[in-house]
Design a binder for this molecule. Structure first.
Ligand code: KG4
Ligand code: ZN
Length: 362
């Protein structure tokens, strides 16, 4: 089955062509094209939903056309008109279904993707598969980059999924592709959100996660630490808003924040976030006798998080295999949306989620 997938839940406009053979346990990405309104969002220090959606209205058709052209056309030096017609033909002849993010996300942004997907589905008479953005983050682990790449070592159930993104931080237990439960999540800010807000305090542009990681790498350790509030609680929840307040107080107290101190703050912040993510994820894996841990979401791109998790797994549950998506598939992209849809190729009705847990079942 071969899909056109569309992702527009936040500020990215992404389209991908993804395919999977029926019995295979991984999906192959033929193309992925992502346009971002990041430059505009950086000027405002964060995402303005209205700006994101307006940019997505501009990008959506070119991004979809480009994803089709890069997947199927050998000659890419085509004029705009020819390429549009070619994309139209590829969509008609080579695509079996459309997958699109239906939530959670910014409503204006989601509408651009969902309405485009519905229109394509109707006009080209292709089935439409709605996809939950959060679950899709974990399915980025089932992507293999090229047709000839060897498939990932088989991902075994039961598995624990940690989704750590800009808007969410949750732990899930999957007994199979179709059976999963929400185990716990953040009580306030998401991990990525906390990093972005702390970055803002330090004058680091949005999104701050990658630069906080880069600055933390410059030093071996910091002369101070920040707390991970719920780290010793016997539950699978997280909390990051206290960390933000602690860093704010620290910054207000220190008169001169030079580059060295900035690096130390980044180091201590990253440590507070990574320690609790690693500890609770492993607690969940041990508690539910998981065979696998999957990371997903933008924060999963953090190399310190990946290393520390792999290291501590060796000590606490060495039989557990840890999977992390390729960096470009950690942050928002349509390839993960298509991959999730290929593993769940059904057109299901969706409903409005009311609680954090509901988001995974909507
Ligand atoms: O999954 P994502 O692209 O978007 C959402 O669905 O929210 O995640 C974006 C988040 C941002 O908060 C960003 O700062 C964080 O992921 N992030 C990172 C890294 N790369 C992105 N956090 C820590 N280390 C990174 N290398
Ligand atoms: Zn995301």
């Amino acid at each position: 089955m071969r899909l056109l997938a569309i992702e527009t839940s936040c500020d990215e406009t992404s389209a991908a062509i993804v395919e999977k053979k029926e019995k295979e346990e991984s999906a192959c990405v033929l193309s992925v094209v992502t346009a971002s309104s990041l430059a505009l969002q950086q000027k405002t220090g964060g995402i303005i939903p209205e700006t994101a959606a307006r940019e997505q209205v501009r990008y959506i058709v070119p991004v979809i056309c480009q994803s089709l052209i890069s997947a199927f056309a050998k000659d890419e030096n085509l004029g705009k008109k020819e390429s549009f017609l070619l994309a139209h033909r590829f969509l008609k002849e080579k695509i079996d279904a459309i997958g699109a993010t239906i939530g959670p996300g910014l409503i204006g942004s989601l509408l651009v993707g969902v309405e485009s997907a519905k229109t394509i589905s109707y006009v080209f008479e292709k089935p439409l598969i709605p996809v939950n953005h959060l679950l899709a983050h974990l399915y980025a682990n089932f992507i293999k980059r090229t047709k000839n790449a060897s498939p990932n070592t088989k991902i075994e159930f039961p598995l624990i999924g940690l989704i750590a993104s800009g808007g969410h931080t949750d732990l899930l237990l999957f007994k199979s592709h179709d059976q999963y439960v929400w185990l716990g999540g953040t009580l306030d800010d998401a991990a990525g959100e906390a990093l972005d807000k702390i970055g803002r305090l330090l004058g680091i542009s949005y999104p701050a996660g990658p630069e906080i990681e880069k600055r933390a790498k410059n030093i071996e350790k910091a002369p101070f630490t920040f707390k991970s509030p719920v780290i010793n609680q016997d539950n699978l929840n997280f909390s990051f808003s206290g960390l933000k307040t602690e860093v704010l107080r620290f910054v207000q107290k220190e008169k001169n924040i030079d580059e060295k101190t900035k690096n130390q703050i980044c180091f201590a912040t990253q440590k507070a976030v990574v320690d609790v993510l690693v500890k609770k994820t492993i607690n969940a894996a041990v508690k539910f006798a998981a065979k696998t841990i999957l990371l997903g979401g933008g924060v999963a791109a953090n190399e310190k998080l990946q290393e520390q998790l792999k290291q501590e797994v060796k000590f606490r549950c060495s039989h557990v295999q840890v999977f992390v998506p390729e960096k470009i598939f950690c942050t928002d992209n349509a390839a993960m949306i298509g991959t999730y849809a290929l593993f769940h190729p059904r057109t299901v009705p969706w409903q409005k989620a009311k609680t954090q847990e509901d988001l995974y079942f909507a």
